[in-house]
Every structure is written in structure tokens, then in C-alpha cells.
Design a protein around this ligand. Structure first.
Ligand SMILES: *Cc1c(COP(=O)(O)O)cnc(C)c1O
Length: 474
């Protein structure tokens, strides 16, 4: 493809994306194709001769789009949002066009330096503790996902718990990771990958109301483990749990970690973005105790997947835990000690220029524009929660400090399962579910860029109408 051919095909692709976004509201939010539909529509093998981009675009319309769940759809209220935006896509396009591999500072100096500066900008925008800024021993890096950030935090915590010997001897002895019963599954996965085995993670009970980690239970678990010869290595506290956006109490967890010398990682994958608004920073109280922190701009900050922002207070310890320097990567810049080689801050060696999409997003919206986006989500969620609260057939199951509302029909789980099925069947809106204190609970998470009052009200009308078909009146 010559640059001139690329130009023409590129315009057509950008037009296709713009048309896709413009027509989202008219599309069903989910696909109803049975499994195997796409494979049945595709040829049995690759084309022998090249085809035009127009032919591919036609098949995007015919075969791919109908088989998707449309995450940017205004009726998408499932899971957590995975926002994208025009500037994010354009930044990603530039990254793809440059094709820079930023494993070392020397393999693309501006790629590394833009990332360092942007993570400092983000830290400033979220008002994160000074220790995470690159001016001191700390700093930030972009990981692909919060799961990877947690894995890296786990490895550094093990390195520390092993007295700096983990990288030589591996997991020798018994170490333990602590997180609440509401914490994300990626914590258990990270512990498993790190070789901690089945008993590597101890799940700490939560307060039945707030769903936040019980600090007395955390302390008791750490003390019992120490008495049994197990080394407490890491506490992962969650700000905004996946199930209900519960907030673990960092101001009390932090001192316990400090007392026992346990590494504290804070997972704010979804809710961290809210801290761009000063009035939504409550979840970060006590963050100064954390050794590392992450959140996903790819969830709620208009930056397309994948983009997790991860900060550590001590970058030296991180690099010490992860670095391996083969001869073929040796270079003068690395040896000077004056540069950051982000390959040492992550699991893979290679990395693409993800900072570009963040840069495009921050420059297009400005911090104020991003605040508006977050506030709109919080306001719409509150609007929906008001509808739920005003209808005695329903109950709110948890507080809704951010953009997620957890609610259920008063009554048996089966009625709630039927309600979710009926709502999903309309294909106008997508909600997902969870279990809260054992009870089937519906989740409505606002955050798709195109969602407005109209769509939240429509969601309520659909839910309320479907409930009328299930619950005897009165
Ligand atoms: C979504 C989520 C994760 C996982 O995020 P990825 O970036 O997809 O790995 C981890 N923790 C919490 C609390 C989450 O909500």
C-alpha cells in the first residue's frame, strides 16, 4: 500500500468509524446471532489475491457489526464502561502509523519521555500524592490493563518481602497476598502467576453494609500468618470494587501495612478516573500510604482500550525486581542511568506508543472536559437511582458514589433473573448482574460517551415495564 493508497483508504476507514458512531443509537446494543454465525459467513481460507479496503469495509457492515456488543452504544450500561473517543482513536492511529517500539528510551526517546510527562500530568489532574511523580524516586507507566499492574505490584511486593532476593531465588518460603472478598479476580490470578499457589491469597471479609474490607479482620489475618511463619507480602485495597464500587478504607489499611512492613497496592481500575473531579476524590483519602496505585483511563476516561495508568512510589525497587539485561539491549543511554527504560516496568519487553492517545485525549478535552464527562455519568446514575428509590417494587442494594447503580426487585432471585432476561431481550439496553450478600442484583453502569438523560430514562422505562410483567400489582 503506497502512502497515496493509504491516504484514500484511510479516509474511507475514518468515514466508516464516524458513520458507525453516528448510527449507534439506531442499532440494537447486542447481537442475537447464535455462536458460529461469523465463522459460517467467512470463506474457509484467506484470499489468494489481495482485495480492496472497500471490500473489507463492506464485510465489516455485513458480517462484523451485526455480531458485536456495542460498547459505545448509548444504551450500554453493562459491566463497567470501556470508553473511547475521537481523539483517542486518532492518537492510536498515529501510534500505529509510527510503529515505534518503545521498550528502551534509546528505541524511541520521545515515546518514553511523553509517557513520563503524561503520567505526571495525570497524577496532577487526579491530585495523587507527590511521591508518585517522576521528580522524586517514584513515577508512572502505562500498562495494558489493571490486571498487569496488579501482577507487577505483586512481583515487587514479593521482591521486597524476600529482602530483595526474590529475583535470584524466586518464591522461596511462604508469602501471602491479602484483598477483600469483593476484590477483583485479577489479584488471585496475579498471585497464581507469581507462583504463590492456591493459598497465596487470603480474602478478607467485608462490612456487610459498605462492602468495604474489614480492617480488624485484615490485622487478624496478618498476625495469624506471621505466627504461622507465613510472610505477609502484599495488601491490595480496592477503590471502587467491580461488583458495587465499594471503597476499602485506606486511612485505616495504610497504617496496618506500615506497621507490618507490607506492600500496599491500590486498585482503582474503574473509580480512579472520578478523582479528576475534586468533589469525587473521597476514595483516595489515605492514598499517601500506598506503594503503588493504578486506574484504567480505558474504563471511564474516554481513552480507548488498552490503557492502565500505574504509579509506584519507588521506581528503583520496581526496576530491581524486574530488570534482566541481555547484551543485545545494552546501550549508552541505559548505562548513563539518566533515562527510563520502561521494559523494566512491565512484564513484556516490547511496548507501543500508548501515551499518544492519552495526549490526544487530554489536549482535546482538557481536564475540564474530562471532568464534565465524569460528572455527567455520576449525575445520570443518581437520576436513575432516584427512579429506583421512588418505586417500592425495587430496592437499592448499595451506595452509588460513582456511575454504577446496584438494584433489585424486592423478592426472590428468580424474579430478578427474569427481569434481566426480559430487559436484555429488548436489545435496547444492556445491563449486567452481580451477587450482593448472596442475592441476585442488577447493575446499571453509566459511562458510554453518547448516553444522556434520554437513554437512562428509557432504560428505566424498559426495566419498570418489564417488572410490571413479572410482579403482581400492589
Ligand atoms: C475492571 C477491573 C479490573 C480489571 O481491569 P483490566 O484493566 O481489564 O485488567 C481490576 N480491578 C477492578 C476493581 C476492576 O473494576
Amino acid at each position: 500500500m503506497t502512502p497515496e493508497e493509504f491516504r484514500q483508504a484511510g479516509y474511507a476507514v475514518v468515514d466508516w468509524i464516524a458513520d458507525y458512531w453516528a448510527t449507534l443509537p439506531q442499532r440494537p446494543v447486542t447481537s442475537q446471532d447464535p455462536p458460529g454465525t461469523l465463522a459460517a459467513g467467512l470463506p474457509a481460507g484467506p484470499p489468494e489475491r489481495g482485495e480492496s479496503v472497500e471490500a473489507v469495509l463492506a464485510d465489516l457492515d455485513k458480517l462484523i457489526a451485526p455480531g458485536l456488543t456495542h460498547w459505545q452504544h448509548p444504551g450500554f450500561f453493562g459491566y463497567f464502561p470501556a470508553n473511547t473517543s475521537g481523539p483517542s482513536v486518532l492518537g492510536d492511529l498515529v501510534s500505529a502509523g509510527l510503529g515505534v517500539q518503545g521498550m528502551l528510551w534509546a528505541t524511541g526517546p520521545a515515546c518514553t519521555e511523553l509517557e513520563t510527562v503524561l503520567l505526571d500530568w495525570l497524577a496532577q489532574a487526579l491530585d495523587l500524592p507527590e511521591k508518585f511523580r517522576s521528580a522524586g524516586p517514584g513515577g508512572g507507566v502505562i500498562q495494558d490493563s489493571a490486571s498487569s499492574a496488579t501482577l507487577v505490584a505483586t512481583l515487587v511486593a514479593l521482591h521486597r518481602a524476600a529482602g530483595g532476593r526474590w529475583r535470584e531465588v524466586g518464591v522461596e518460603g511462604r508469602y501471602r497476598v491479602y484483598a477483600s472478598t469483593e476484590a477483583h479476580s485479577s489479584i488471585e490470578k496475579a498471585a497464581r502467576i507469581a507462583g504463590l499457589g492456591r493459598d497465596g491469597v487470603r480474602l478478607i471479609e467485608v462490612d456487610p453494609q459498605s462492602r468495604a474490607m474489614s480492617v480488624p479482620a485484615l490485622r487478624a489475618a496478618i498476625e495469624a500468618d506471621r505466627a504461622a511463619g507465613v510472610v505477609p507480602a502484599l495488601v491490595v485495597a480496592t477503590v471502587g470494587t467491580t461488583s458495587t464500587t465499594a471503597i476499602d478504607p485506606l486511612p485505616q489499611i495504610g497504617p496496618v501495612c506500615a506497621e507490618y512492613g507490607v506492600f500496599l497496592h491500590v486498585d482503582a481500575a474503574y473509580a480512579g478516573a472520578a478523582a479528576i473531579c475534586p468533589e469525587l476524590r473521597f476514595g483516595h483519602a489515605g492514598l499517601e500510604y500506598a506503594d503503588s496505585y493504578c486506574f484504567d483511563p480505558h474504563k471511564w476516561l474516554l481513552t480507548g482500550f488498552d490503557c492502565d495508568a500505574f504509579w509506584v512510589a519507588d521506581a528503583g525497587e520496581l526496576v530491581e525486581a524486574l530488570t534482566v539485561l541481555p547484551e543485545y539491549l545494552r546501550n549508552a543511554a541505559t548505562e548513563s542511568g539518566a533515562v527510563i527504560d520502561y521494559r523494566d516496568w512491565q512484564v513484556p519487553l516490547g511496548r507501543r506508543f500508548r501515551a499518544l492517545k492519552l495526549w490526544f485525549v487530554l489536549r482535546w478535552y482538557g481536564v475540564e472536559g474530562l471532568r464534565e464527562h465524569i460528572r455527567r455519568g455520576v449525575t445520570l446514575a443518581a437520576r436513575f437511582a432516584d427512579r429506583v428509590r421512588a418505586d417500592d417494587r425495587f430496592e437499592l442494594v448499595a451506595p452509588h458514589p460513582y456511575g454504577l447503580v446496584c438494584f433489585r426487585l424486592r423478592g426472590p432471585d428468580e424474579a430478578n433473573e427474569q427481569l434481566l432476561a426480559a430487559v436484555s431481550g429488548t436489545r435496547r439496553v444492556l445491563l449486567t448482574h452481580t451477587r450482593v450478600t448472596g442475592r441476585h442484583t442488577l447493575r446499571l453502569a453509566v459511562g458510554a460517551p453518547q448516553s444522556t438523560e434520554v437513554h437512562v430514562d428509557e432504560a428505566w422505562d424498559i426495566i419498570s415495564g418489564a417488572a410490571a410483567g413479572l410482579v403482581p400489582p400492589g
